[in-house]
Design a protein around this ligand. Sequence first.
Ligand code: PLP
Length: 458
Amino acid sequence: MDQQLTPEMKAQIVEWDKKHVWHHITQHAPFEEQAPLIMSSGKGEYIWDVNGNRYLDASSGGVWCVNVGYGRERIANVIKEQAMRLNFFAGTAGSPIMAEFANKLIEKMPGMSRVYFSNSGSEANEKAYKIVRQIAHKKYGGKKHKILYRERDYHGTTITCLSSTGQEERRQQYGPFTPGFVEFPHCCEYRSQFEDSDNYGIKAAQLLEEVILREGPETVGAIVIEPITAGGGVITPPEGYYQEVQRICNKYNILIHVDEVVCGVGRTGSWFGYQHYGLKPDIVTMAKGVASAYAAISCTVTTEAVFDLFKQDPSDKFDYFRDISTFGGCTIGPAAALENMKIIEEEGLVENAAHVGEYLKTQLEVLQTQFTIIGDVRGKGLFIGLELVEDRETKLPVDESVLAQFSAKCMQHGLLVGRTNRSFSSLNNTICLSPPLTLSMEQADEIVAIMAKVFHQL
Ligand code: PLP
């Protein structure tokens, strides 16, 4: 619903914004001459800016968050009720709503057992890294402390999360980084590291094994992976890849930490991305879609086996997980998250993501036959990427300015899309689509029609 603002109110908001708000990952110099983008309201799959322009939001809030769409009164109501009942107590104590949500979440994650609450994807990942480090100290005399992360994956914005992020431009100017994090090669088949295309999934996983052997398996405690790489270019794993990754990690006694911050809670057409591939994680982190961004909540979920390691010797004053997140004790997060899950279940949104996502991907593949600039279409559920190239034969990536132009033109036609942005020195060339899981077939057609128009204009 468009929020009605008078011209005076609009002018005032723009002035205050220009004067006092520091926008995320944004160069502010152009705001000397042009107004910044200011969003003011949303309903369903649509969002309105302060000037009353309406957009079909195929980015779920710019960064893959609003899984159940905008303006959900049910979630607003439970937030209000919970805030009035008890807004907060430190996470050293439990609360009824945390217990109820944790129980509901674990129902969707067979094999997992314990939920640790915090506020952002980065924080959830930091908790996981601390768990791995503490296990290294408790069980292996500090030796098995290294965490391997994959080239092209992103795990967050703090220095340690950047230390485990395989995107060189994201890391630029923020070093020195936390020691003990080591990169292993990506698994993007379209950008295969091998001449021979046979068995790419197995060969790509074996690149991980090479790094483990180089570092020494006795020094490696865990790997961290996105089930489908998000900001690094919507990279779906090749056939057989994760089975081989699982085999390798089992062989060397290495924990698997799956970062579901983007893929989690229905986005890919299953509750969690790893569930498509038969992976058995030891730790799963999640954030964005957990409460569809109606409240800031993230979770670090572990198996009971991992949890058990933290209660073995009560006489040891360091035996337990000595971590706290102040706002991890806020109760509106789990209240919103529980209602979010109920909506997803009642409306069949995981199934809708699978069904409409498959349709959208097929329609985008048709577009690929018409526009040679589309080098690759990949994704799962309502999480799809289009890699743009100058030339299909050489796969030379288009410059990121082409994507900036593409998304700006989509906006002019009332469509918001995402894109890889200042992440790599040469591969900022993927358009990302991640609409709310409520997307209809007609809206999928609308997305494709607008994109076709814009590809014609490029
Ligand atoms: N992990 C992944 C895969 C992400 O895409 C992000 C953010 O985009 C994060 C972690 C960090 O989440 P947050 O920005 O909530 O700290």
